[in-house]
Design a binder for this molecule. Sequence first.
Ligand code: K1U
Ligand code: ZN
Length: 166
Amino acid sequence: MAILDILNYPDPRLHTVAKPVKEVNATIRALIRDMAETMYDAPGIGLAATQVNQHIQLLIIDTSETKDQLQVFINPKILERDGEQVYEEGCLSVPGIYESVTRAEKVLVEAMDEQGKLFTLEAHGLLSVCIQHEMDHLQGKVFVEYLSPLKRNRIKHKMLKQKRGK
Ligand code: K1U
Ligand code: ZN
């Protein structure tokens, strides 16, 4: 297993649109293991393949207290959305920034698991927020794009300043 490098905003590679996974094989399962190790180490509650510079439709989530409930979504599709909720989101690609974003309260998602088996899941609350946030990553969208241009620019410059200081 390995801890992977996470791309930091405003890295242009974060805006790449991910391609569907053609086959759930040993290579994909090895990437899932490395992404899980990276997410737990960060620590975070979600990670999209885009964030580790792998531009395929794969994301992982674990919103449990015990950090032993890994959920894997391959080629995820949102079939239904309903309601509205506001959540103060964070992002491992935008470290130290937390901002409120409005998203659907409920999503019905269809995806494949790590065995390539199709499933549907109805998610609410934090899990729903996290699925939508990670699916945005697969479309090349970072949560700061929901903020005003002024806020986004401030964050961009803060990130660039942090990078120069490293
Ligand atoms: O996509 C990512 O960068 C992961 C992100 C997921 C997320 C969090 C909150 C709302 C929407 C999406 C994170 O995990 S940021 C870190 C974080 O929220 C957290 C870290 C440790 C414990 C609990 C939360
Ligand atoms: Zn993120």
